[in-house]
Design a protein around this ligand. Structure first.
Ligand SMILES: Nc1ncnc2c1ncn2[C@@H]1O[C@H](COP(=O)(O)OP(=O)(O)OP(=O)(O)O)[C@@H](O)[C@H]1O
Length: 347
């Protein structure tokens, strides 16, 4: 049995089933990230694992033990919230030691654990401060420290970085990654942020409407999405999707690829697989709609007979909005989908 095992897990709010039979196997020390559109049930599933929401169907085992209906306090898990949820009038030290005091851990052991965690999180100079005397990033580190001292079997993170600005998010993300490598504790992390998902996860779980769409290593999902939903959810900007019937009008090469999917199927191509060439080159004719010069790379939005497509290139561009261009697709990176959006092999 895997370290954490979910079988047919369900959640019903009123008459609305929001988690619809989730099966998952998570191994010890893995870093798992839940992603999916707003409202798909990421937080609910995490809270069910934490014991903060009841499990209405199915089972949850951790380390061989059935904890489906065990109260949160007995699950040996620790959760870090987006809002930090620190006690405002307690010092950092007291916030971090609170759960241990409740558990009647001896004072010298508490001190050792808190000081050790503070050291790992660069919080030693702040132990006597209260949360309001800390920055957002420092507060989040206290929340993480409070989880660490309890030596939980699993860390649960619910969008822990979403209140931080972009620079601090990046920095704290790196710290969380290092911490995971140092502590090796099984971690489940919910986020909206693609970069967090791709960089932190050993495996990403893509959820949609209360169900698991695909589970895999970040680049596995990027390179081999099981369906159109995952293909378009993973990757920024999203994978371009064109109807195969439309693509077959675009010259012999594109037609070859289009012929390998059903006539009513779809072809997907990532922005980096689309090259913008001067008008008149062999390729698919289009018109530039928007240019986003991001510095390190450039996104060129092109209208192809009413279908919007995005090209990502490392070079800067002299093109302007309204310019006619030709698009060339990298045929090695095309993805095929049937009418229902399921992946079909183009090989
Ligand atoms: N306490 C509740 N009572 C009723 N419905 C709820 C409750 N909590 C969540 N829901 C519903 O369950 C669904 C899943 O919500 P959840 O917060 O898990 O989604 P999410 O994927 O985490 O979304 P977001 O990314 O926006 O935070 C939503 O339709 C939500 O409205």
């Amino acid at each position: 049995m895997s370290f954490l095992q979910l079988r047919g897990v369900e959640k019903i709010f009123g008459d609305h089933k929001v988690i619809k039979g989730v099966n998952l196997d998570i191994e010890k020390n893995e870093f798992i990230v839940f992603v999916g559109p707003s409202g798909c049930g990421k937080s609910t599933l995490l809270r069910m694992i934490a014991g903060l929401e009841s499990i209405d169907g199915g089972s949850l085992h951790v380390d061989g033990r059935d904890i489906t209906h065990l109260p949160s306090s007995q699950r040996e898990l620790a959760m870090v919230f987006q809002s930090y949820a620190l006690y405002p009038h307690m010092t950092v030290y007291d916030n971090m030691s609170f759960a241990l005091k409740l558990a009647k851990v001896p004072a010298d052991e508490i001190r050792r654990k808190v000081e050790d965690a503070a050291d790992k999180l660069n919080l030693t100079p702040y132990l006597k401060r209260t949360p309001k005397e800390l920055s957002g990033g420092q507060r989040q580190r206290v929340a993480i420290g409070r989880a660490i001292v309890r030596a939980p079997k699993i860390f649960l993170f619910d969008e822990p970085l979403s209140n931080l600005d972009a620079a601090l998010r990046g920095q704290t993300r790196v710290e969380i990654s290092k911490l995971h490598r140092a502590l090796g504790v099984t971690t489940i992390y919910v986020t909206h942020d693609q970069v967090e998902a791709m960089t932190l996860a050993d495996r990403v779980v893509v959820l949609r409407d209360g169900m698991v769409e695909q589970v895999g290593a970040p680049l596995e999902l990027y390179d081999k999405p099981a369906n159109q939903f995952v293909a378009q959810f993973i990757g920024m900007p999203s994978m371009n999707i064109v109807k195969a019937a439309q693509l077959s009008q675009f010259g012999a090469l594109a037609g070859q690829a289009a012929n390998r999917v059903p006539a009513d199927g779809l072809i997907g191509v990532r922005p980096e697989g689309v090259r913008v060439l001067p008008v008149g080159s062999a390729g698919v004719p289009g018109k530039v709609e928007l240019i986003e010069a991001l510095g390190a790379d450039t996104l060129i939005h092109v209208d192809v007979m009413g279908t919007p497509m995005i090209s990502r290139q490392a070079e800067r561009t002299h093109l302007h909005i309204g310019d006619p261009v030709s698009l060339e697709f990298d045929l090695n990176t095309l993805h095929g989908f049937d009418k229902a959006g399921r992946m079909v092999s183009l090989a």
